[in-house]
Design a protein around this ligand. Structure first.
Ligand SMILES: C[S@@+](CC[C@H](N)C(=O)[O-])C[C@H]1O[C@@H](n2cnc3c(N)ncnc32)[C@H](O)[C@@H]1O
Length: 233
């Protein structure tokens, strides 16, 4: 079933390429237990390492969302809650994460900053405990290259997003530059030990998740992360 539009534009065909629908998304494979263990171990230092370097992308994504009063936002993989106080106070945010250690940090942050419109729940992104069409915006910042099955997670994100709502993804994807892409593939089995795959293939992901983005913008410095915005039909 197509996620947004059953047809593909010529532009998308060019991005996606002919074998994108079947090729592997990454050379690395992980399981939820492994990912949970990694994040239990790195929760204490996450903000120091991944806080500042990924922050411009977080700001860009929330700005681009144009959140309206009363909007219901789901943040998938809320981590230590680095986005929590970036949301306007007039929306209702639900943040979910697999890792209890990351969520503990998020709870501390929300309490410390006096954030009142964010609730935090422990949950697997591939098995969301929400009814269909529950949210206006479903947002996954720096999560899609972390989870074992990005397509299954995207399917769940689509299910819980209301028709006309938005699915927003910020992530690092495999470089278009062949030499850089080669390195990213080589190191991906190592980068999973610090929490992410470095070689997630964007065209293959879009094809397999049947996503037809409204926009794809580069974010952060260096501009090697992508902000992908889609509208659910
Ligand atoms: C790279 S961190 C991103 C944290 C935060 N969104 C940010 O902007 O820094 C990825 C987060 O995804 C969470 N995660 C990994 N697999 C998950 C899953 N299957 N379901 C929910 N969260 C998951 C991890 O525990 C971690 O907190």
């Amino acid at each position: 079933m197509a996620l947004f539009e059953p047809h593909r534009s010529r532009e998308t065909e060019e991005i996606v390429g002919s074998d994108a629908a079947t090729r592997a998304l990454s050379v690395a494979a992980v399981e939820n237990d492994f990912v949970a263990r990694v994040y239990e171990n790195i929760a204490w230092g996450y903000d120091l390492v991944f806080g500042p370097i990924l922050h411009l992308g977080r700001l860009d994504a929330i700005r681009q969302m144009g959140i309206k009063p009363g909007d219901r936002v789901l943040e998938v993989g809320v981590g230590t809650g680095l986005n929590a106080d970036l949301y306007p106070s007039y929306c209702a945010v639900t943040g979910i994460d697999l890792s209890s250690s990351m969520l503990e940090k998020a709870r501390e942050r929300v309490a410390r900053k006096g954030v009142r419109n964010v609730r935090l729940l422990q949950m697997d992104a591939a098995n969301l405990k929400f009814a269909d069409d529950s949210f206006d915006i479903v947002y996954a910042p720096y999560v899609i290259s972390v989870v074992p099955d990005p397509v299954a997670v995207t399917r769940e994100m689509r299910r819980v997003c209301r028709p006309g709502g938005r699915i927003v993804i910020v992530n690092h994807f495999l470089s278009d530059n062949q030499a850089v892409a080669w390195i990213e593939r080589m190191i991906s089995p190592l980068t999973v030990h610090v929490g992410f795959k470095s070689d997630l293939d964007l065209p293959a992901f879009l094809a397999q998740a049947e996503l037809e983005p409204q926009s794809i913008r580069k974010v952060n410095i260096p501009r090697i992360w992508s902000l992908v915005t889609c509208v659910k039909d």
